[in-house]
Design a protein around this ligand. Structure first.
Ligand code: AMP
Ligand code: MG
Length: 347
C-alpha cells in the first residue's frame, strides 16, 4: 500500500474553509480519496464515476470488494444520473427525498450503467443519498459529481465521528482529512428499500440509523430487516454479523444479573446514563465507566457519543468492555444493532 503524509485541514474560519474546500476538490478531481465530514459519520470520498478512484477507497480501508459503497449526490436532481427509479415507487421516492434530503436517508434503487460495478460490488442496485453537512455540500457542489463515500475507518472497525478518529484509522493511508468538528448524528445513515404494496408501499430498513421507523411510517408500511448470517449476502452485504468491532472483546448484557466478573480481569462499562438504579454500576470494580447520555438518558445524545465512547473504551486496554442494553426504539435500534455486531468476535 502507498503511504502518504496525511494532512488535516480545519474549516472553522472562512479563509481556512476556503482553502480546505479548494484542496479537497483538487485532490478529488485528480482521482484521489479525501476524508470528508458528513452529518452521520466521517466518510472516505472519491469520484463515484471513476472506478480507479473508487478502488483507492477499498485499498485505504482494506475493504473487501463484495461490500458496496453509498453514492452521495450534489443534489436531488442528480438522482436520475445514477439510478432508474421504477415508476411503481416513484411517488414514494419523491415524497421521501423531498422530506429527508439532504439528510441521513439512503435509498436502494436500480443502478444506471454509468455507476461502475466496483461501487455497487456488482449488485444491480445503488445506494444513494444527499448529505446535509455544510462542508461536504460545498465540496461536492464545487466538484458537481457523485461521490462514493463509505465510513472513513478501516474495514470492520469503529466508524469515525471526528477528524482525529479518522486520523487514528487512516493516518499515512490518505492525503487529506477535512475537519469540520464532531458529526451531528454520530450514526451511519438509515438505509431503506422500497417496494410497491397495497394499500401502502413497503419500506424495509436494511440498516437502522438516525431516521427511525417512526419517522418513515407516514410513507409506507415499515419493516426493520432482522438479518441472519445466511441472508446478509443478499440484502446489504456490508452489514456483516461482526462489524463496528473494537479490538477489545465486547459483551452486551440483557440485564445486570447476566454479568459475573472473573477474578483478576479488568472490565470497563459502557453505561447508558450512569444511573445507580439501573443496576450496573456496582457489578464490579470497573476500570472505567463511560456514559452515553449522563443524567436522564436521551437516545439522540447517546448516538452522538456512541462511536466516540466505544473508541475511548477500546483504547483503555481492558480485558473486556461490558455494554448496558439500550431501549430498542428510535435511535436505540441502530445502537443495539451495532452493539450486537460489535459483540460477535471475528474469526
Ligand atoms: P458505508 O460503509 O456507511 O458506506 O455503508 C455502506 C453499506 O451500505 C454497505 O456495507 C451495505 O450494507 C449498504 N449498501 C450499499 N450499497 C448497497 C446495495 N447496492 N445494496 C445493498 N446494500 C448496499
Ligand atoms: Mg462503514
Amino acid at each position: 500500500m502507498s503511504t502518504y503524509v496525511t494532512a488535516v485541514l480545519r474549516t472553522d474560519e472562512p479563509p481556512l474553509m476556503h482553502e480546505a474546500v479548494l484542496e479537497a476538490v483538487r485532490l478529488l478531481k485528480e482521482g484521489e480519496v479525501v476524508a470528508l465530514p458528513t452529518e452521520t459519520v466521517y466518510g472516505l470520498a472519491a469520484n463515484a464515476l471513476d472506478a480507479n478512484a473508487v478502488a483507492k477507497i477499498f485499498e485505504a480501508k482494506e475493504r473487501p470488494t463484495f461490500d458496496p459503497l453509498i453514492v452521495h449526490l450534489p443534489n436531488k436532481t442528480q438522482l436520475d444520473l445514477v439510478a432508474d427509479v421504477p415508476p411503481e415507487i416513484a411517488q414514494t421516492v419523491k415524497q421521501l427525498t423531498e422530506r429527508f434530503w439532504p439528510g441521513p436517508l439512503t435509498l436502494l434503487l436500480p443502478k444506471k450503467s454509468i455507476v461502475p460495478d466496483i461501487v455497487t460490488a456488482g449488485l444491480p442496485t445503488v445506494a444513494v443519498r444527499v448529505s446535509s453537512n455544510a462542508v461536504f455540500k460545498r465540496i461536492i457542489s464545487a466538484l458537481d459529481k457523485p461521490l462514493a463515500a463509505p465510513s472513513a475507518n478501516r474495514f470492520g472497525s469503529i466508524s469515525p465521528t471526528s477528524a482525529s478518529a479518522v486520523l487514528a484509522e487512516l493516518d499515512t493511508r490518505i492525503h487529506l482529512i477535512i475537519d469540520a468538528g464532531a458529526s451531528l448524528y454520530g450514526l451511519e445513515s438509515t438505509i431503506i428499500k422500497i417496494e410497491p404494496g397495497s394499500p401502502k408501499p413497503l419500506i424495509t430498513i436494511v440498516r437502522p440509523g438516525p431516521l427511525t421507523p417512526e419517522d418513515l411510517k407516514v410513507y409506507g408500511k415499515v419493516k426493520v430487516a432482522t438479518r441472519t448470517v445466511v441472508d446478509e449476502a443478499t440484502e446489504a452485504p456490508g452489514q456483516l454479523a461482526s462489524h463496528y468491532a473494537p479490538r477489545t472483546p465486547l459483551r452486551l448484557l440483557s440485564r445486570p444479573s447476566d454479568f459475573i466478573p472473573e477474578e483478576g480481569k479488568r472490565y470497563a462499562l459502557m453505561s447508558y446514563r450512569g444511573e445507580e438504579k439501573d443496576g450496573y454500576l456496582h457489578l464490579c470494580e470497573w476500570e472505567e465507566v463511560m456514559m452515553l447520555s449522563p443524567g436522564n438518558g436521551k437516545l439522540p445524545e447517546a448516538a452522538v457519543r456512541f462511536f466516540h465512547i466505544l473508541r475511548r473504551l477500546d483504547e483503555l486496554g481492558v480485558d473486556e468492555i461490558i455494554a448496558e442494553p439500550l431501549h430498542e426504539h428510535g435511535m436505540g435500534i441502530a445502537m443495539m444493532d451495532k452493539l450486537r455486531r460489535a459483540s460477535v468476535r471475528r474469526p
